[in-house]
Design a protein around this ligand. Structure first.
Ligand SMILES: [Ca+2]
Ligand SMILES: [Ca+2]
Length: 252
């Protein structure tokens, strides 16, 4: 009886702890994470709906000046669309960076974290290409990936590679990508907090990698007082069950 009761209480506590930590929704620490706000750039007549970064492109929140080939692309359903070539994961615009086996093209953003706090980065990615005069002149055959790096107010730097699904690009079709892949990455700040640099660098066999809907949100952890109440309630539940099983004879 005692062993079973202890096991029961342990399971309830484990479930409660699991429920305490969950992603917050609605508060994105990033600015312009869906790339919907931009100005400048240049669209060559041979490359409709590519807002080419000719060093005049400005994308609030983001640094698009890592390397020479990070651009904005307009969704086929956006106001002012000139073609049906690009399909954003979210909203009317997406970002794309040229990918090479020695990484040198990407975008970055700096944001602020509180001390000792867990966050979740989420984003959507897809294999990219460039439509030039009506044909897709670039598409990966070996690989197409984002290297995601977080540095700054963290106990140690975070570095993760995320591969696209190459089946999501059709070089003979009109619109790309065919689908987007959602990704997530959790990280915890250090005891001081402060600035964190988030950097996406594209790599692959000479094509582009697409990115959209980038979110950094705080994971919800209840205040210690709330956690204590939950724990007290859980222990209390175990005591009630014990009294019930024991016919109300009290706690031995
Ligand atoms: Ca977007
Ligand atoms: Ca779309």
């Amino acid at each position: 009886m005692m062993a079973r009761r202890t096991e029961f209480t342990g399971i309830v506590v484990a479930i409660a702890i699991t429920c305490w930590i969950a992603p917050a929704h609605g508060v994105n620490l990033l600015t312009n994470g869906s790339f919907e706000i931009w100005s400048g750039g240049y669209t060559p007549t041979t490359q409709p709906d590519r807002i080419f970064n000719d060093l005049t492109l400005s994308v609030p929140g983001w640094n698009f000046a890592i390397g020479l080939s990070s651009d904005i692309y307009r969704d086929k359903n956006a106001t002012g669309a000139q073609s049906s070539y690009y399909d954003a994961a979210h909203g009317d615009y997406l970002a794309g960076s040229g990918s090479f086996q020695t990484t040198h093209e990407g975008i970055s953003q700096t944001f602020t974290v509180a001390p000792n706090t867990t966050y979740q980065l989420s984003f959507e990615m897809a294999p990219g290409g460039l439509n030039y005069s009506g044909s897709w002149i670039e598409n990966a055959t070996l690989g197409s990936s984002w290297l995601v790096e977080l540095t700054g107010a963290l106990p140690s730097a975070v570095s993760n590679t995320f591969n696209t699904n190459l089946a999501h690009f059709n070089a003979t079709g009109t619109t790309n990508p065919l689908a987007w892949t959602p990704q997530t990455l959790s990280f915890t700040s250090n005891a001081v907090g402060g600035s964190v640099l988030l950097k996406f660098t594209a790599f692959g066999d000479l094509t582009h990698v697409f990115l959209d809907n980038v979110v950094v949100e705080r994971m919800v952890v209840p205040e210690p007082g709330v956690a204590g109440l939950l724990l007290a309630g859980t222990v209390g539940l175990g005591v009630v069950r014990r009294l019930h099983r024991g016919g109300g004879r009290g706690i031995a």
